[in-house]
Design a protein around this ligand. Structure first.
Ligand code: NAD
Ligand code: WQD
Length: 338
């Protein structure tokens, strides 16, 4: 069965392509390489022995998307990762984010409807929940006003999908990821932040390898056990597998509604200091860090209730924080060797 993976040379997309190919699916990647590299296609081939078909295309260009669907003819399913994702950048360039993330989705849905594709899996985010009043957060927790244009695009895209699916033959799944971290055990693919990273784990590994000065820990006066902010970090390989499971639920018509939503996390929160401790343990290195003031816009704590995903999808994250940090560290070391 042919699956179109938009954003398939990106961080989560590339790991998902690997899992799909290892399960026997034929993959077409569509990506404009705005935040990824072409050689990821070769790296995927090194891991799986299969070179995925690669289309370099900007999904905001309607004509190009139509042509791509016509060329491949039988795209049964789409996993739609392609988006811009830098929260801070989205505050400075809101229109770029709205254009890119929303137009891409509309073009994909249009093309899917036109050729009669059946299923879509969409990358959403725990950012839609803001700072929840009750923890852990379930799929029924209220959506809060978005903290950034990026977060707002996720909320709008969720609504566009819901409206579209309510009047079409399409079935879909929204996966709300918590904090994806780590890399493939081969250390051939991983997160490649262009420019200075903002996310905690690449900041830790880049500090440890000497690419950047001491890590700044943003705030130690939160209402959490050690005062630092708490998140639900999930290994990117576990996350990638959840897409295959979601797709198969749709293929096998096991879905109970035409649009289902799942939280994709481990269900376990870790503080910034706990993440650092795990890194120091698995890498055998002492991390240079300093406590500074809170980062504006940060929430205090969030972690997922994954009961629904575990029961309904039959998926559960199995890799723990140490495996996440070790794979992230091995990836950073591999990058240094290149
Ligand atoms: P990424 O930047 O590594 O991958 C996204 C890919 O989409 C990149 O390869 C980029 O080149 C491509 N892309 C962007 N705009 C495009 C366009 N107009 N046409 C074609 N290709 C385009 O990001 P990621 O971390 O792999 O995230 C994948 C998805 O998951 C995104 O939708 C993101 O918003 C969502 N998400 C990510 C996180 C996270 O922390 N990484 C958390 C929650 C949700
Ligand atoms: C984690 C914790 C920081 C860097 C972001 C997006 C969210 C989602 C996931 C896409 C926080 C602290 C970080 C540093 C630090 N993405 N930190 N020093 O903020 O939970 O979420 O990525 O949908 O939308 O906002 O992730 O990795 O940036 O931060 O102390 O140098 O690490 O303050 O508490 P965040 P993060």
């Amino acid at each position: 069965m042919k699956v179109l993976v938009t954003g398939g040379t990106g961080y989560i997309g590339s790991h998902t392509v690997v899992e799909l190919q290892q399960k026997g699916y034929e993959v077409v990647i569509a990506d404009n390489l705005i935040n990824s590299h072409r050689d990821v296609v070769d790296r995927i081939e090194k891991i799986t022995g299969i070179k995925p078909c690669f289309e370099q295309i900007d999904l905001t260009v309607e004509k190009g998307v139509k042509q791509m669907f016509d060329k491949h003819g039988d795209i049964h399913s789409v996993i739609h990762f392609a988006a811009l994702k830098a929260v801070g950048e989205s505050v400075k360039q809101p229109l770029r984010y709205y254009h890119n993330n929303i137009e891409s989705l509309i073009n994909i849905l249009d093309a899917m409807n036109r050729i009669g594709s059946k299923t879509i899996v969409f990358s959403s985010s725990c950012t839609v929940y803001g700072q929840p009043e009750k923890l852990p957060v379930t799929e029924l927790s209220p959506i809060q006003p978005a903290c950034s244009p990026y977060g707002h695009t996720k909320q709008i895209c969720e609504e566009i999908i819901a409206n579209t699916l309510s009047v079409s033959e399409l079935n879909g799944v929204l996966l709300r990821y918590f904090n994806p971290v780590g890399a493939h055990p081969s250390a051939l693919i991983g997160e490649l932040p262009l420019g200075a990273p903002n996310n905690l784990v690449p900041c830790i590994t880049q500090t440890a390898i000497g690419k950047r000065p001491a890590l700044k820990v943003f705030g130690d006066n939160y209402n959490t056990p050690d005062g630092t902010a708490v998140r639900d970090y999930i290994h990117v390989v576990d996350l990638a597998k959840s897409h295959v499971v979601a797709l198969e639920r749709l293929f096998n018509k096991k879905n109970k509604k035409n649009l289902e939503i799942f939280n994709i996390g481990t269900g376990q929160g870790y503080s910034v200091l706990e993440v650092i401790q795990s890194f120091e343990k698995v890498s055998g290195r002492k991390l240079d860090y300093e406590i500074v003031g809170r980062r504006s816009g940060d929430i205090e704590k969030i972690w997922a209730d994954t009961t629904f995903a575990n029961k309904e999808l039959g998926w559960k994250a199995v890799l723990g924080i140490d495996e996440m940090m070790l794979s992230a560290w091995n990836w950073e070391i591999a990058l240094k060797g290149e």
